[in-house]
Ligand binder design. Structure first.
Ligand code: NDP
Ligand code: HEM
Length: 486
């Protein structure tokens, strides 16, 4: 039998169809607290959408460890073969708002929250191993070029290509974005990457640099621009339908989890900066090692509570896993928790989807919506240090010290940096059909962009490979100037 309906204060509701009125034709009475509560709640049903990655799709699942890497890390999640850890994975596009169509060309977010025995570990990655910029000072400007133009309120290809053509470090990511991998059929058919270099550290205090990879077991499938237009014509929600629907049917998508491991001292020796987010570590130098299998097997019961209110942050690491000097990562350690406090409120970590599944004891106190117990074991132990058996620090989980060097200044990250070799290695991987689609996708995205910007970008493509520039110029129907970078 259905439950008896109540107000939010628990009082039974006698009539949910007719407001309280003076006479059958109204007006309404101020004392209709039921109506007032209902309208007031509705007015508060929306929270700010994420400033980026607003449109998303998520599900719960499990990581199962298949290979022992405990010599590299003391993290319990990697503790033994067969170990299972529950997780939440949210996929997203970057630029579109919450109502945007799913099948739009864009980088996809691949954000995972692992509920480990020693706290939540969030790996907030993308479906690409690199990013458009390598210095966080450039991130808000880059995002402005992806969002709407202040006057037209439209997306601006001119802004995008102006920024990219003035920022050659973006070439690697731009090439991926306009390749087949820039428009997967659904999140099931794409890889995820931690993208940044992180660190692992073991019980002996040794540190290793690490990259995380999540290889789709469903295979890579993609949409051409034309196919995507058709999909969007039928449904703006093709990703939600595919992901939710397949999990609902019991067809659980899986990813093989791999790591690339670099001994700490190697970071001094690589010809590229291993902490540069616009670069990969070539597989030939640091072969991927299988670690486990990630499976998504449960849909959320309430999208808003469990997916919209999910708060991922690169600051969430656990003993055995750490950060790296990557400047972008360093900035993200600050940015996400700050965004959550604005979007969800001070105690966002206490929301059920974000709360750790292991015991947790901290001394953070009051603030809006303080609804949880702060279980320090003793009401007198509400500060630290104290003499009343309150929770205490544990030096055994101290990360090993990191040696750093150099003068503090603003180093030019473009100086001596090769922005062309790795995009070239990627371009050379593409077969002829893939190259043709790359050219036509770029040409389509450059529609309406002023010639001087197009020419500047062609100059960068030419430095990657002459065929790259020639192919895009042909697709655009333009002639490349002899010195386009000038
Ligand atoms: P490898 O030949 O060993 O690796 C190439 C990797 O490129 C593949 O393993 C695959 O990554 C990815 N790849 C293959 N086809 C495509 C495609 N059509 N579109 C996008 N990615 C594709 O060479 P390197 O490791 O030296 O890398 C060469 C280039 O490959 C890099 O410059 C980079 O652009 C790209 N790449 C490299 C990755 C890395 O971590 N080294 C990861 C992804 C891309 P995956 O197995 O992850 O699907
Ligand atoms: C979301 C900032 C770079 C992946 C966000 C959000 C902010 C942000 C503020 C919204 C958070 C929220 O409201 O919940 C930044 C900054 C960056 C940066 C300042 C660079 C300095 C990156 C990079 C990646 C990435 C390099 C991937 C490798 C994501 C993902 C989300 C996200 C996946 C959505 C998380 C979710 O599903 O909730 N970013 N970002 N970001 N970012 Fe970044």
């Amino acid at each position: 039998m259905a439950h008896r309906m109540t107000t939010s204060a628990g009082a039974p509701v006698p009539d949910n169809q007719n407001s309280l009125s003076a006479g059958p034709r109204g007006p309404l009475l101020m004392q209709d607290y039921q109506l007032i509560e209902k309208l007031a709640h509705q007015n508060r049903e929306r929270i700010p959408e994420r400033v980026v990655h607003a449109k998303g799709w998520g599900a719960f699942g499990t990581l199962t460890i298949t290979n022992d890497i405990s010599r590299y890390t003391r993290a319990r999640i990697f503790g033994e073969v067969g170990k299972k850890t529950s997780l939440l994975l949210r996929f997203s596009t970057v630029a579109g708002e919450m109502g945007a169509a799913d099948a739009e060309r864009d980088v996809r977010g691949f954000a995972i929250k692992f509920y480990t025995e020693e706290g939540n570990w969030d790996l907030v990655g993308n479906n690409t191993p690199v990013f458009f910029v390598r210095d966080p000072l450039k991130f808000p400007d880059f995002i402005h070029t992806q969002k709407r133009h202040p006057r037209t309120n439209l997306r601006s290809p001119t802004a995008m290509w102006d920024f990219w053509s003035l920022s050659p470090e973006s070439l690697h990511q731009v090439t991926i974005l306009f390749s087949d991998r820039g428009l997967p059929v659904s999140p099931r058919f794409m890889n995820g990457y931690g993208s940044h270099t992180y660190s692992l550290w073991n019980h002996d205090g040794e540190r290793f640099w690490v990259k995380f990879h999540f290889k789709t077991r469903q295979g890579h499938t993609f949409l051409t621009n034309g196919e995507a237009a058709e999909v969007i014509g039928h449904s703006r929600e093709s990703y939600q339908e595919d992901l939710f629907g397949s999990i609902e049917k019991g067809a659980f998508p899986q990813w093989t989890v791999q790591v690339q491991i670099m001994p700490e001292a190697d970071a001094e020796k690589t010809p590229y900066n291993p902490f540069d987010l616009t670069k990969v570590w070539p597989h030939g130098d640091y072969p991927p090692i299988d670690v486990g299998v990630l499976e998504l097997n449960r849909n959320a019961d309430n999208y808003f509570a469990e997916i919209e209110q999910a708060a991922f942050s690169p600051s969430n690491v656990v003993p055995g896993i750490g950060h790296s000097p990557d400047k972008m990562l360093q900035a993200r350690i600050f940015s996400y928790a700050d965004a959550h406090r604005y979007r969800l409120g001070t105690h966002y970590e206490a929301l059920p989807v974000n709360a750790p599944k292991c015991p947790f004891h901290h001394y953070h106190k009051d603030g809006a919506m303080r609804f949880f117990r702060n279980d320090t074991g003793n009401p007198d132990a509400y500060y630290e240090p104290n003499s009343f058996d309150g929770p205490v620090e544990d030096p055994s989980v101290q990360e090993p010290p990191l040696r750093i060097s150099g003068d503090a200044t603003r180093y030019d990250h473009r100086e001596g940096n090769d922005d062309y070799s790795q995009p070239r290695a990627l371009f050379n991987l593409f077969d002829d059909d893939q190259k043709q689609r790359l050219f036509s996708n770029i040409a389509a995205a450059m529609d309406g962009v002023p010639d001087f910007i197009v020419q500047r970008q062609l100059g960068h493509f030419a430095k990657v490979h002459p065929d790259y520039a020639a192919g895009v110029a042909r697709a655009l129907g333009v002639t490349m100037r002899s010195d386009p970078a000038a």
